[in-house]
Design a protein around this ligand. Structure first.
Ligand code: IPE
Ligand code: IPE
Ligand code: MG
Length: 254
């Protein structure tokens, strides 16, 4: 394999990457980016890229479950994505219905617990219905937790957590001094999940775009040029292999 670095990969040729074993990230978070460019390169409308991106989601969910990753979080729609053309937003808002219609039985069979973070109250009614139905179908499952970030923004998440903490203080149930970093993390939308160990972003962009900004403080970052609709289980495996070679120091000395 050519042009390897431990943090950025230009190489799309991943055939033959083996299934990772050994110490796995407990939480993988993915910024699924590049759908629009995937479509443009084929002379197709952006919506075709979003549609094709569902294949990537199916692949990473299956792969993560197959190797035993406990938590997977997928960034599907940001608080900033509302600024896109109305037709694109509407298309994106209709995708969850199609995705879960085709995937729900397999997710249930695998015991996947689906969750959503972000302000789902602002989603159109048809998207909210899908959210509700999906939660109902998977809430009692005991397997991998797959969290979809829908209308999610990291800053909004932190701000909401501040408000919740302040509310508790105002009620007198918690004292200011009792709020620790760990305790504050529990007010966030990902409250009961471990912080992401590995944060993947596709499409060559090197930024966080307001995803899990608090939680990813010590995540290992992994970037690839691969556009999201082309992302397959082997890319995930490669990211995990690279992750396993990293030395995580958390500010200490090893
Ligand atoms: C990611 O692909 C999907 C969403 C952000 C909803 P994009 O739509 O951002 O694709 P590019 O970045 O324009 O190629
Ligand atoms: C981040 O991608 C949001 C999602 C993947 C849902 P964007 O395409 O919206 O991010 P920017 O605009 O390139 O930062
Ligand atoms: Mg993008």
């Amino acid at each position: 394999m050519t042009r390897l670095t431990k943090w950025f990969r230009r190489d799309n040729q991943v055939s033959g990457v083996s299934m990772p074993t050994g110490s796995l990230p407990q939480h993988v978070a993915i910024i699924m980016d590049g759908n629009g460019r995937w479509a443009r390169r084929r002379g197709l409308p952006r919506s075709a890229g979003h549609h094709a991106g569902m294949r990537g989601m199916r692949d990473v969910i299956r792969a993560s479950d197959d190797i035993g990753i406990p938590c997977l979080t997928l960034f599907a729609f940001s608080t900033e994505n509302w600024t896109r053309p109305e037709t694109e937003v509407e298309y994106l808002m209709r995708l969850p219905e199609e995705f879960f219609r085709t995937e729900i039985d397999e997710l249930v069979e695998r015991g996947v617990r689906v969750r959503f973070i972000g302000d789902t109250s602002k989603l159109p009614a048809y998207t909210r219905d899908t959210v509700t139905r999906t939660l109902e179908r998977t809430t009692n499952n005991q397997g991998m937790i797959v969290t979809f970030a829908l209308n999610y923004g990291g800053r909004a998440d932190v701000l909401e957590a501040c408000k919740r903490a302040a509310g508790e203080v105002a009620k007198g149930t918690v004292g200011w001094d009792e709020i620790t970093e760990k305790g504050f993390g529990e007010y966030l939308s990902t409250g009961d999940l471990p912080d992401p160990d590995l944060l993947i972003r596709t499409s060559g962009e090197l930024r966080m775009s307001n995803f899990l900004i608090w939680q990813a403080a010590y995540a290992e970052l992994w970037f690839t040029d691969v556009l999201w609709p082309d992302f397959r289980r082997e890319h995930l495996y490669q990211a995990i292999h690279d992750y396993q070679r990293r030395k995580r120091r958390f500010g200490g000395v090893k």
